[in-house]
Design a protein around this ligand. Structure first.
Ligand SMILES: Nc1ncnc2c1ncn2[C@@H]1O[C@H](COP(=O)(O)OP(=O)(O)O)[C@@H](O)[C@H]1O
Ligand SMILES: [Mg+2]
Length: 342
């Protein structure tokens, strides 16, 4: 069945329940009974409805266990839904997986795949052959990508000799070498150092924005990463989508208060701030060595700012800096989920 809309990815009430599994709690010495706990069924995805447009860089942001990997695996046709539907490139994942597989690729940040005896370059090349990429095209792409990802020096190193980060870069190259229309990236920068993570983020952003028709769905539990990279973000927790919008709109949703920080000449009289209309909270700290005061105002909106400033200057004090703090995606997340990501 074809999806009626032209979404790259669409899910309707997608649900995945894992049957309860037996989990061995701990192992006892031989001869005694091992204790086994039977865990009930787990609802990893609970009625997820999403539409990801062609050309979008879409992020799924959520804590461990939220259901991100389960969603990616269903879309990559590695796992079947329990209920609901999912379409990728217009094809139903459950009924029509083969045309989907030709147009997608998937890389997981945590995976340790690769044949240890082959070199990095041979590994990626072999993988590209599974997808039927012409050998010459593949070799050119691999060399380009190895330069971009800083893996060129390791091109002839055996995979088992690569560091975790280098192996992860190799896996990322494996994702791009088949030139998929839709790329699923499951926590692509998990555990990478700052530089490697930055190279990957920038490459992914350029890849989507500079080529028509490319779509990326990435999962992350790094707020700043999702904020920086994604056109839209779905916040997921316990298998449910709590919100789905642009990073800016998500932040606007909780912009109920504004925080202003001021650095001014030391002021004696702060009583005038206390009763000001629209000031929800006010704190004051003196830096005597510099003859400065640091004032923090929590305001209902920006209305009282002018009055605050005139009150300060009327005392003959100079304003040295005025800073407004924007809410972060973390604030959004905490306000929705009721806790932070880690
Ligand atoms: N194969 C499985 N069998 C049983 N439970 C699973 C399986 N895979 C995932 N789960 C459970 O489903 C939930 C979602 O997991 P997952 O999709 O991996 O979350 P995330 O990727 O957001 O960390 C978790 O509670 C996890 O324990
Ligand atoms: Mg996961």
């Amino acid at each position: 069945m074809q999806s009626p809309m032209t979404y790259a990815v669409e899910t309707r009430d997608l649900t995945r329940i894992f049957a309860g599994k037996k989990k061995r709690r701990f192992r006892r010495k031989a001869g005694s009974n091992g204790s086994e706990d039977s865990l009930g069924p787990v609802t990893a995805l609970d009625g997820v409805s999403l539409g990801i447009k062609e050309g979008e860089l879409f992020g799924m942001l959520g804590p461990n266990g939220a259901g991100k990997t389960t969603l990616i695996k269903i879309l990559a046709t590695l796992l079947l839904p329990t209920a609901g539907q999912a379409f990728v490139a217009g094809h139903d994942v459950a009924k029509d997986p083969f045309p989907i597989r030709q147009r997608i690729n998937m890389v997981s940040g945590g995976e340790t795949s690769g044949y240890g005896l082959l070199t990095a370059r041979e590994n990626i090349w072999m993988f590209s052959q599974f997808y039927g990429v012409p050998s010459k095209v593949s070799k050119e792409r691999i060399d380009d990508l190895m330069h971009i990802f800083g893996l060129w020096d390791k091109r002839d190193a055996k995979v088992r000799m690569l560091s975790t980060g280098q192996r992860q870069k190799m896996n990322m190259i494996r994702g791009f070498v088949t030139d998929p229309d839709i790329l699923f990236l499951d926590e692509p920068t998990l555990g990478l150092d700052v530089n490697a993570a930055r190279v990957i983020r920038e490459y992914v952003m350029n890849w989507v924005r500079k080529r028509a028709g490319k779509t990326v769905l990435l999962t992350s539990h790094y707020m700043a990463e999702a904020d920086q990279m994604c056109d839209r973000i779905a916040i997921i927790d316990k298998g449910r989508i709590l919100a789905c919008d642009t990073p800016a709109n998500l932040k606007r949703m909780i912009r109920t208060e504004t925080t202003f920080q001021l650095e001014v000449d030391t002021i004696r009289d702060t009583t005038s701030f206390v009763g000001l209309r629209g000031v929800k909270n006010f704190s004051h700290k003196d830096d005597i060595s510099k003859n400065r005061s640091h004032l923090t105002f929590i305001l209902e909106d920006e209305g009282p700012v002018a009055e605050i400033l005139s009150s300060i200057t009327s005392q003959g004090a100079k304003v040295h800096s005025l800073q407004k703090s924007e809410p972060t995606l973390e604030d959004v997340f905490i306000s929705m989920v009721g806790r932070g990501l880690d």
